[in-house]
Ligand binder design. Structure first.
Ligand code: ZN
Length: 434
């Protein structure tokens, strides 16, 4: 199998700014679990890659969950006695507690304070807060601004609606040679926040955009939905065809400067676990075990599904500075980190596409590589020869190329090239299990 055609992959200096530009376009939109912000996001993503959108009505019972009502917001503010808006949704959508119920009232500062949220340990940042499943209203502002608000009465307006509507999710599908699928999933429920979560949105979109022009063995599906309930709805709708899902990755918090982090699937020994760990470790990242909290992998890895789905991030959520605050912005996520994540995801795709077993056709003693032009250096050897010797030695039909890379410590692409070279010289053949 050919694997990723690297000649067709855009360079980091091209793809990074392209992804960052898309992020900048999506940044001002007020997304939430539901509502027009999600629709507006899908209409922009739909320009990049064809999307199929599924709507499920509020109130629908999906496994143990009742789908929430749809929230939409047009405007919101807190105004002082002279009418000046001191907190204004139109300046930043983070200023409103997500899912705030409609409100129009006047309150003294003392009562208003009960509905104001700040980040006391980071007094200049506006926090991101939501109240999805309990009806409430509120505003978010910096501690510094709150400290400076004079006593007195304030006009408080939240021009929102919370009414029956839909939970919507979108998927892009790229058909490969076989129906078995690799699924990339991300969430679309955060407003103006970049690493968590627009980095995942633009990475997933860009992977879809470029993979649709590549010839692949697997089919690829890209899911975009609100956190938790999005994957639940998709799993609910696709329960009878989940055996097609062969490998999956949840992408989140993937544009910050930190090294890559791969969180294993619940199975821990799925091929995606081995493939992602191989690529991430080769690039200086780390692998952490599954745990039943975190992101949407929790749903794919719930015991009733136990799908081979891991999670890829750079610095995981809530461990990077500025998490869930106004500091998680377009300056924090840089094009070069988005580009690096994009290329690493394609490396994982390349492993999944090409990982196979070979059988050494000359297993008694080493074959004489020199007479075949495969052994070029004298004394000491080189990494190319090490890859050839490891591949010959472990090509017994029981070890995959990924196993050989893991055991030898040689990067997967070098092992794959060595196997192709040995095959071209008639020294190994692809192993077809009987
Ligand atoms: Zn978040």
């Amino acid at each position: 199998m050919a694997g990723v055609d690297w000649d067709g992959v855009p360079s980091a200096s091209h793809i990074g700014p392209e992804m960052h530009d898309l992020m900048a376009e999506l940044y001002p939109i007020c997304r939430s679990l539901t509502g027009d912000g999600v629709r507006a996001t899908f209409s922009i993503l739909g320009r990049e890659v064809p999307l199929e959108i599924t709507e499920i009505p509020s109130g629908t019972q999906v496994f143990d969950w009742t789908l929430p009502r749809e929230w939409n917001i047009r405007d919101a503010w807190i105004a002082g006695s002279d009418g000046t808006r001191v907190v204004d949704f139109s300046r930043s959508n983070l200023h409103v507690l997500g899912y705030s119920t409609p409100l129009r009232t006047r309150l003294p500062l003392g009562e208003l304070r009960e509905h104001l949220f700040t980040h006391p340990e980071n007094p200049d940042l506006v926090p991101f807060r939501t109240s999805y499943y309990r009806e409430d209203w509120g505003f978010c502002l910096s501690q510094r601004q709150l400290d400076q608000l004079p006593d007195g009465e304030y006009e408080v307006v939240i021009d929102s609606t919370l009414s029956d509507g839909f939970v919507i999710y979108a998927e892009a599908y790229v058909a490969g040679e076989i129906e078995d699928e690799v699924v990339f999933s991300t969430y679309v429920c955060h407003p103006s926040l970049c690493n968590d979560n627009l980095s995942g949105v633009v990475l997933t979109t860009t992977l879809a955009k470029y993979l649709q022009h590549m010839r692949t063995r697997y089919s690829y599906r890209f899911l975009f939905g609100p956190g938790t309930i999005g994957p639940l709805c998709w799993l609910w709708k696709n329960e009878t065809s989940l055996d097609r899902l062969r490998h999956g990755l949840v992408l989140s918090c993937i544009g910050d400067p930190g090294p890559l982090t791969y969180k294993q699937s619940r199975r821990a020994n799925a091929e995606i676990d081995q493939a992602a760990a191989n690529v991430v470790r080769e690039r200086g990242g780390s692998v952490i075990p599954f745990e039943p909290w975190g992101g949407d992998e929790r749903q794919f890895c719930s015991p009733g599904f136990n799908l081979p789905v891991g999670a890829l991030s750079r610095t995981p959520a809530d461990r990077f500075p500025g998490y869930h605050s106004s500091a998680d912005n377009l300056e924090f996520v840089r094009p070069e980190f988005l580009a690096d994540s994009f290329l690493r995801c394609l490396e994982i795709v390349d492993v999944l596409e090409t990982n196979t077993s070979y059988r050494n056709l000359n297993p008694k003693g080493e074959p004489q590589l020199g007479k075949r032009g495969l052994y070029r250096t004298v004394a000491g050897g080189s990494s190319t020869e090490a890859a050839l010797l490891w591949t010959l030695n472990l090509s017994d039909g029981e070890h995959t190329l990924l196993d050989i890379s893991d055991r030898s410590g040689i990067a997967y692409p070098a092992i794959r090239v060595a196997a192709a070279s040995l095959r071209d010289h008639g020294l190994v053949e692809e192993f077809e299990p009987q």
